[in-house]
Design a protein around this ligand. Structure first.
Ligand code: ATP
Ligand code: MG
Length: 424
């Protein structure tokens, strides 16, 4: 006997019970995105590998060790399963010249791939909602994106998510900070772990992001980027904070918030919860004014964020907000040759009227069929025997309400009768 095949480690099947919850969630997301005038865009799951090295930065976790890259054996192209959406979105925007008539608000939802160690809240295929505002320079759009997140948490009934923000300033400000940071770490090199030593010259800012408890004290006391920001950067940061204050959204300025990707500048933010253990960041984003030019476009400012859907759903579930299972309205049970043919007409007729109908297929005793009807979660059973079929009638039986009786209904009045039972 051959062994059953398993899914790739870290890549999950989302089974119907859960997939229905996803769909409910995605419906809410679409309404939410429309409320802020973001329009959908869909990019391929596979992009040319150089796109990510160029967009995300060669010295980042993602590009260093998390990408599913491969050579297309048919034509030798270097390809990568997308580890995030911003690079591909900007690539698409440039390729199709979408900014020709002004700024754009774009959004997408879909799987991302990173070769990480799988654990709760961390998978190799996971899903993100990405929100990108391209061509906007001011702090207004940064603040609006943060308000937007707050609205989603409110819509979902989520509490215990807190906002952390920081400003990464501009390139020149970062490079002055970087020089001082480098000197600071070099003086204390005996305290650096392997990861930090490796990053020291490629990406010292990322050392601030380290979660190694042994390094916390030293990292805490390191030079803070915010002290290197010039007037304009500070004004932008203050502008974001003022709008957050107006909206009543509390936030913590976290000077160590540097984000994993190279392309950020000025505002960066994360939404974090303590309810999901160590994978507590549900949403992360910020401004990336340099990326469009870096990918060959005319320089344009931009700001965006990504939500981790698995983590957000886990939090939603944890806070009791999960949607109920979506059951059919009606389950059609039938017994007899004539009834069998009539049941198809009845089911299609009810679907014409807009009802969700599960037609019993596969035969079986009346009792067994009624058991299935019950298990389906349907509110009503339509029961058809040859006698009913001959009279162009059915029996309509409420399955969830003991106070309501089974009764005979003519086929041409069935939709109306069901409507009354379901909605009155
Ligand atoms: P982390 O520090 O947790 O690795 P990150 O900085 O790599 O996160 P981003 O690239 O900013 O994450 O992605 C945005 C969001 O996508 C994260 O806040 C998280 O909610 C989600 N996410 C990132 N990587 C994964 C993953 N491997 N599995 C599940 N969700 C993920
Ligand atoms: Mg990561």
């Amino acid at each position: 006997m051959s062994q059953t095949l398993q899914a790739v480690r870290g890549m999950n099947d989302i089974l119907p019970e859960e997939a229905e919850q996803w769909e409910e969630f995605e419906d809410m997301l679409r309404d939410w995105l429309r409320a802020y005038a973001y329009r959908p865009i869909r990019m391929p799951l596979v992009e040319p590998t150089p796109l990510f090295a160029r967009a995300i930065g060669a010295a980042t976790d993602i590009v260093e060790k998390e990408m599913y890259s491969f050579i297309d054996s048919l034509n030798g192209e270097e390809l990568t399963l997308r580890p995030e959406g911003t690079a591909g979105c900007v690539r698409a925007v440039l390729q199709h010249n979408l900014l020709y008539d002004g700024p754009k608000r774009l959004c997408y939802l879909g799987p991302m791939f990173r070769h990480e160690r799988p654990q709760k809240g961390r998978y190799r295929q996971f899903h993100q909602v990405g929100v990108e505002a391209l061509g906007f320079a001011g702090p207004d759009i940064d603040a609006e994106q943060i308000l937007m997140c707050q609205r989603l948490w409110d819509d979902l009934g989520l509490t215990d998510i807190r906002l952390e923000i920081n400003s990464l300033g501009q390139v020149e400000e970062r490079s002055r900070h970087r020089a001082d940071l480098l000197a600071y770490f070099e003086e204390r090199s005996e305290l650096l772990d392997g990861d930090a030593k490796r990053r020291l010259h490629s990406n010292p800012l990322r050392i601030l992001d380290s979660k190694n408890p042994a390094m916390q004290e030293m990292v805490e006391a390191a030079p803070k980027l915010i002290e290197y920001l010039g007037e304009e950067s500070l004004a932008h940061f203050a502008g974001v904070q003022a709008l957050l204050k107006d909206a009543g959204i509390p936030c913590r300025i976290n000077p160590r918030l540097v984000r994993g990707l190279d392309y950020y500048n000025l505002t960066v933010f994360e939404w974090v919860t303590d309810r999901l253990g160590s994978q507590g960041t549900v949403c992360a984003g910020g401004r990336y004014d340099g990326l469009i030019a870096q990918l060959g476009g005319k320089p344009q400012p931009a700001c965006g964020f990504a939500l981790g859907i698995e983590r957000l759903l886990a939090l939603w579930r944890e806070q009791g907000g999960a949607a109920p299972r979506i059951a059919p309205d009606v389950y059609v049970v039938h017994q007899g040759e004539q009834a069998y043919r009539f049941a198809f007409r009845v089911a299609e007729g009810l679907r014409d009227s807009g009802f969700a109908v599960q037609l019993h297929c596969g035969g079986g005793s009346f009792k067994a069929q009624m058991k299935r009807a019950d298990a389906s979660g349907a509110a009503l059973a339509v029961i058809i025997g040859d006698i009913e079929a001959a009279a162009n009638e059915v029996s309509l039986k409420p399955l969830r309400d003991e106070s309501k009786q089974q009764r005979r209904v003519a086929f041409d009045q069935l939709a109306e009768a069901i409507g009354e039972l379901l909605f009155d």
